[in-house]
Design a protein around this ligand. Sequence first.
Ligand code: AMP
Ligand code: MG
Length: 352
Amino acid sequence: MKKSMIFVTILIIIITTLLSCNNKGNKENENIIQEEIFALGTIIEFKIYDEDSKKAKKAIDESIWRIREIEEKMTINKEKSEVISINQNAGIDFVNVSPDTFFVIQKSSEYSKLSEGAFDLTVEPLVKLWGIGTKDARIPKKEEIDSLLSLINYEDLLLDEKNLSVKLRNKGQAIDLGAIAKGYAGDEVKRILTNNGIDTAFVNLGGNVVTIGTKLDGSPWRIGIQNPLDERGSHLAIIEIKDRAVVTSGNYERYFIEDGKKYHHIMNPKTGYPAEEGIISSTIVSDSSIDADALSTSLYVMGLEKGLSLIEKMENVEAVIITDDNKVYITAGLKDSFKLTNPKFDLIEKNN
Ligand code: AMP
Ligand code: MG
């Protein structure tokens, strides 16, 4: 081949490659339908990738409707809800609830048992006393905390599966589904999007991420793990996932600082104080977002050793735990999909 011919051929290849890259970029941008709402006490962000924007919008609308329905039933921050009714009838009577609320309470009860009370849905009196994340947040007196500890006991939750009804054994007891309801909403959103024919989606429910499929080019979704010691939005690692959920519980979500000490929103039900078991962030990767949500809170309270040994017994569930000595522990299944991006942290890979 003549030199000039070779040159022209190379030029054509370069131009074609550039054009195809450009098209790919445009295709991705053209086909993305985004929406943000405020619900369940957080910002919820939808990114749907589909050529049919009408179909995607319908799927998002149905999801939003469903999220609001879940919130109406399970909130403790409004005038009324099914959960508020259960709390008002503590020590008095069983309350009939919807299958949704019953399911989430049942799951919470399972995780309370599994974590031996590190996760405890009856933690509400403590959550209210501390008021973390509200304008009334304060450090309570030790006597105030101690006087509530006997109320915190998931074994006092009575479930009547046949009649879908629930009762708390004693007056003053109350439940809070804040550690699990967003996880349930995540699973429901994924179900609704899938039923609407959506194959590619990323939804972030305030730190509870659910994904459908892979990115359009077939590569995995890249999820940043927040650096708990840095400002919001700065990550210390990336996890690559396909079609799974990633949920993080961290001490940076809701907190206040007094005399240089951080008081965050995840309670240790045994002490009555914010959990201080050496963990500052725990992330779970799993197929189900409700399980990931319950487990990330559980691990935060259980601490490193107990937490990891619980996860290692479970199939298809992985964890990333960040401790207060700047170490990042990952379970064996994340070896190939986890990348530490901040050299100030040490990575420790656990072998099952
Ligand atoms: P998460 O951010 O998912 O870890 O959930 C934290 C929220 O769950 C808090 O804001 C409380 O409403 C509630 N919560 C706090 N501590 C616990 C606990 N030990 N078990 C269950 N729920 C908790
Ligand atoms: Mg949680």
